[in-house]
Write a protein of this length. Structure first.
Length: 451
C-alpha cells in the first residue's frame, strides 16, 4: 500500500482511543452514534466537569494500565467519545476518519496474518517455534481487536466477520466464543436487524454445541435477548427467525416452557405476526417429535399418553387464540395463527378419539371430535359477525377475517364433514351475502372461491 493511501494520523489516533475504551470497559452493553451537539447535554446529565481531552472510563477493579491514572482516567478525545455507566457514544463528526483508520489497520493485519498462515503451511516447522508462535498469537489478537472496532463502525462488513471466524476456528476457546456473542449483542444494540450479526451468532452457537457443554444455558439467554430486542424493534423478522432456529437445540420440556413464556408477550403484541410465527414453529417441532416418538416407541399405551399431552396443549392454544380474537377485534395475525392450529388439529388429532378423551376435559365423544370442533368454529363465526361497533374496533374487518377463515376451513376438511358444514352454514346465512356485506370490494374473489 502506497504512502498516499494511508489514513490521516487523526484516524489512527481515534482508532487507538476507541480500542482502548472497548478493552478497558468490557461491560459496555450499548453503543450509539450521536451528533456533536449532544455531547454537551450528555456531560451535563453526569454533573461532572472533566478536561476537554479526557473523560472517565469504568474498568474492573484491580486492573492497572500505564494509560490510566490512579483516578481511573483514560486520555481520549471528549469531543469524539463519551463513555459512562457502560454506555458508549461516538460522535458522527469523526466517523469518516475513524472508519478510515480502522479499515487501514484491518487490511494491514489481515495481510500479515494470512501471510503467516501460508508461510506456516509451506515451510517445515523449525526446531525453535516459540518466536513464530508468539508472533502469530500477537497477529491474532491484533486482528480480533481491529475487527471489533471495524464491525462496531460498519456491522455489515462481511469480511471482518469472516476474519473473526478464521481466528476462532484455529483457537477453539470457550471464552473467545462467549466474547463473540457479547460483540454481536453490542452490534445489535444499535442495529437490531443486522443479518450478519445474527448469522454470526448462529455460527458461534453451532461451534459451542459441537465442542462444549454450555449450550442449554446459552439457548435460554438467547431467547431472553430476542425478547428484549423485540420490545425495542417491532416486527423484527431476523430476531424472531434466530429464536426459531434455536428450537433445534431445545429439549421437549424447553419447547413447552418457551410456549408458556412467550404467551404473555404475544398477548401484549397481538399485531406482531413474528411472535405467533415463533409459536407455530414450536408447535411444528412438537408435532415432528411426537411422530418420531410414536414411530420409535413399542409401548402403545405410552405413545397414546404422549399424543394426549400434545393434544391438550393444542386445545389450550385454540382456546387462548379464540379469547384473543374476541378481545382484539380485526387482528389478522390472530386469524393466521388459528388457520395453522386448525389445519394441524384436523390432520393429526380430530380423528383420534381416545387421545382427545385423555388430553382434554371437553367431551369430544358426543359425536365426533371433528364435528364438535366445527361446531365451536361456527360459534366463533357468529360471535365475530355480531361484534358491535365502537370508536376503537373495526367489526367489518373482524367479519371479513371470520368469513375468510370459514371459507378456508371448508377447503381443508374431509368431504363428509364438508357437507355437514355447508348445512350448518345455511343456518348462519348465505355465505355469498355475508361476503358482499362485509367486503364488497372483493366480491369477484369471493364468487370465484365459492363457485
Amino acid at each position: 500500500m502506497g504512502e498516499d493511501s494511508r489514513p490521516p494520523r487523526d484516524g489512527l489516533e481515534l482508532l487507538q482511543q476507541l480500542e482502548l475504551i472497548l478493552e478497558r470497559d468490557i461491560l459496555i452493553d450499548e453503543i450509539g452514534f450521536v451528533h456533536p451537539s449532544q455531547f454537551t447535554s450528555l456531560n451535563e446529565d453526569l454533573g461532572v466537569s472533566l478536561p476537554q481531552s479526557t473523560n472517565m472510563i469504568q474498568f474492573p477493579d484491580g486492573i492497572k494500565d500505564p494509560d490510566i491514572s490512579e483516578f481511573g482516567i483514560i486520555q481520549y478525545d471528549k469531543t469524539a467519545f463519551w463513555n459512562y455507566n457502560h454506555k458508549l457514544a461516538i460522535s458522527t463528526k469523526v466517523l469518516p476518519q475513524l472508519y478510515s483508520g480502522a479499515l487501514h489497520a484491518y487490511n494491514d493485519v489481515t495481510r500479515n496474518y494470512k501471510g503467516s498462515i501460508n508461510l506456516s503451511l509451506n515451510l517445515d516447522a523449525p526446531d525453535d517455534t516459540t518466536a513464530p508462535a508468539n508472533s502469530f498469537h500477537l497477529l491474532e489478537n491484533e486482528l480480533l481487536k481491529h475487527t471489533r472496532a471495524l464491525l462496531i463502525l460498519s456491522c455489515d462488513f462481511s469480511s471482518a466477520w469472516n476474519s473473526r471466524k478464521l481466528v476462532l476456528s484455529r483457537k477453539y476457546k470457550l471464552s473467545l466464543f462467549m466474547d463473540e456473542l457479547q460483540l454481536s449483542t453490542l452490534v445489535l444494540s444499535y442495529s437490531p436487524k443486522s443479518e450478519y450479526a445474527w448469522s454470526h451468532r448462529r455460527w458461534v452457537i453451532k461451534k459451542v454445541a459441537e465442542n462444549f457443554q454450555k449450550l442449554q444455558e446459552i439457548v435460554e439467554e438467547e431467547s431472553e435477548l430476542v425478547k428484549k430486542i423485540g420490545e425495542r424493534s417491532k416486527m423484527n423478522y431476523r430476531a424472531w427467525n434466530h429464536r426459531c432456529w434455536l428450537t433445534f437445540y431445545m429439549t421437549r420440556v424447553q419447547v413447552l416452557d418457551e410456549l408458556n413464556k412467550s404467551r404473555k408477550w404475544a398477548e401484549l403484541h397481538v399485531a406482531d405476526n413474528c411472535c405467533f410465527h415463533y409459536r407455530r414453529v414450536h408447535f411444528s417441532r412438537l408435532m415432528l417429535r411426537l411422530l418420531e416418538d410414536i414411530s420409535l416407541k413399542q409401548d402403545v399405551e405410552d405413545s397414546l399418553d404422549h399424543k394426549s399431552e400434545v393434544a391438550f396443549v393444542w386445545v389450550e392454544e385454540l382456546k387462548w387464540n379464540e379469547m384473543l380474537i374476541k378481545r382484539y377485534v380485526g387482528r389478522e395475525a390472530l386469524w393466521v395463527h388459528r388457520r395453522f392450529l386448525s389445519q394441524c388439529w384436523i390432520k393429526h388429532f380430530a380423528t383420534d378419539q381416545e387421545a382427545l378423551a385423555r388430553g382434554s376435559e371437553d367431551h369430544f365423544h358426543i359425536n365426533t371430535a371433528l364435528d364438535f370442533f366445527l361446531s365451536r368454529e361456527l360459534q366463533l363465526l357468529l360471535a365475530c359477525l355480531d361484534v358491535s361497533a365502537d370508536g376503537f374496533e373495526d367489526p367489518q374487518i373482524q367479519a371479513q377475517h371470520a368469513v375468510s377463515y370459514i371459507l378456508w376451513m371448508s377447503k381443508h376438511i374431509p368431504m363428509l364433514e364438508k357437507c355437514r358444514l355447508q348445512e350448518r352454514l345455511r343456518e348462519v346465512g348465505d355465505l355469498k351475502v355475508i361476503f358482499e356485506r362485509t367486503s364488497l370490494e372483493r366480491s369477484l374473489l369471493w364468487e370465484s372461491l365459492l363457485n
